[in-house]
Write a protein that binds this ligand. Structure first.
Ligand SMILES: Cc1cc2nc3c(=O)[nH]c(=O)nc-3n(C[C@H](O)[C@H](O)[C@H](O)COP(=O)(O)O)c2cc1C
Length: 353
């Protein structure tokens, strides 16, 4: 691991230990000062200091969210929660990956190990763990209250097959529970690769439409984002955009690209039962940018009005600007921020120069 930077999530510790003991590195202490942006931006109908933040996943609980807000990440997504407790996969959950050349969207095989060298690409494999709502609801409410002027906490959630008679109902219940915490913006995760690459909910448009309507019926008054995976071409996503026009407020994309992480002997690096993992960081930036550019172009062509949160491999001002240029209304960084807790400060400082 790079000795200079301690990531705020420790890949060598279990999810539970990170939850209890983290965040680590700089995020363990609040900074002495912050950076004031002279002008705020608009995100939906909210003022935001800088439309930059951390997407669903790395901010496990209120301690993490408070640290991220303190370090100037103005849009913080509280980790995806469920309507019932759901255990994390065992270690390893995060490995460094070393693709040869450009990672494709075709489930490539990639070398994975614990050598976290920059620029970092990782595989993450957690299975979207969640505590019971009795635990996460008061904690999320605490996180929401920590947002200062120009900052916002977004509540991410997903339905779980089997928790309710239908998945639509479980998404709606999860949305209601998140709404009760006071989170001003909701995000439904439809793109978890750990539920099976070919089974991602976001590729089943009829179901997505039903899920979106069920959530909106349950919580009509809050903006709703859908977290999407990578769609390789216009025709693949157009029907979804048309079905959801006027139903939801925006898309957050991308989640991860799927790949098969293997060790030096060519064996599954996560475990034999988890041959595929979600890839994030440097290796997927091309796909995040491509998806954002496509959504922005289709938004203009269709004269739709959704908001786009661009995600994927952002670890510098240049990357932030590339996503904004591609049409993202806001930009988020998971892997980049985990290994550089100063990232929002660095971007703000550079913008002010
Ligand atoms: C440790 C970790 C946990 C994640 N967990 C979730 C999750 O629970 N829900 C979700 O929608 N995305 C999750 N993601 C995906 C991120 O939100 C993001 O879409 C992805 O990491 C790509 O961004 P990046 O290249 O900046 O890491 C997770 C990512 C990481 C690194």
């Amino acid at each position: 691991m790079n000795n200079n930077i301690t990531p705020f999530y420790d890949p060598l510790l279990s999810y539970e230990d990170n939850y209890q003991q983290g965040p680590f590195g700089d995020f363990a202490y609040l900074p002495k000062s912050s950076i004031v942006m002279p002008h705020s931006s608009r995100f939906l109908n909210f003022d935001v200091n800088l439309p930059f933040g951390i997407p669903a996943g790395p901010l496990l609980n209120a301690k993490y969210v408070k640290a991220a807000l303190g370090y100037g990440f103005d849009l913080c997504v509280y980790k995806t929660v469920r309507t019932r407790a759901h255990k994390s996969h065992p270690l390893p959950n995060v490995l460094s990956i070393h693709p040869k050349g450009k990672l494709s969207a075709e489930v490539d095989t990639v070398l994975a190990d614990h050598d976290f060298t920059f620029p970092i690409s990782i595989t993450n494999s957690f299975g979207v763990p969640s505590f019971d709502p009795d635990v996460w609801q008061p904690d999320m409410a605490d996180a929401v209250l920590a947002a200062k002027s120009g900052q916002h906490v977004i509540g991410s959630f997903q339905g779980t097959p089997g928790n309710e008679a239908t998945i639509e109902q479980d998404y709606a219940n999860a949305a209601k529970l998140v709404d009760e915490t006071g989170a001003p913006i909701l995000e439904a995760n439809l793109s978890c690769p750990n539920e099976g690459v070919n089974k991602l909910l976001c590729f089943d448009f009829t179901k997505v439409e039903r899920v979106a309507h069920a959530i909106k019926n349950a919580v009509p008054n809050k903006p709703l984002f859908l977290k999407l995976a990578y769609f390789a071409h216009d025709d693949a996503i157009l029907p979804l955009l048309k079905k959801l026009d006027g139903v939801i407020e925006g898309y957050s994309t991308i989640n991860t690209l799927s790949a098969k992480p293997v060790d030096a002997q060519g064996q599954p690096a996560l475990s034999s039962t988890r041959p595929v993992g979600g890839i994030c960081g440097e290796a997927i930036r091309w796909a995040g940018l491509d998806m954002v550019a496509r959504l922005a172009r289709l938004r203009a062509e269709l004269i739709h009005h959704f908001t786009i949160i661009g995600v994927g491999g952002v670890s510098s001002l240049e990357h932030y600007q590339a996503f904004r240029h591609a049409g993202a209304d806001a930009v988020m960084s998971a892997t980049g921020a985990m290994w550089n807790p100063q990232l929002a400060f660095e971007i703000k400082r550079a913008l002010l120069e």
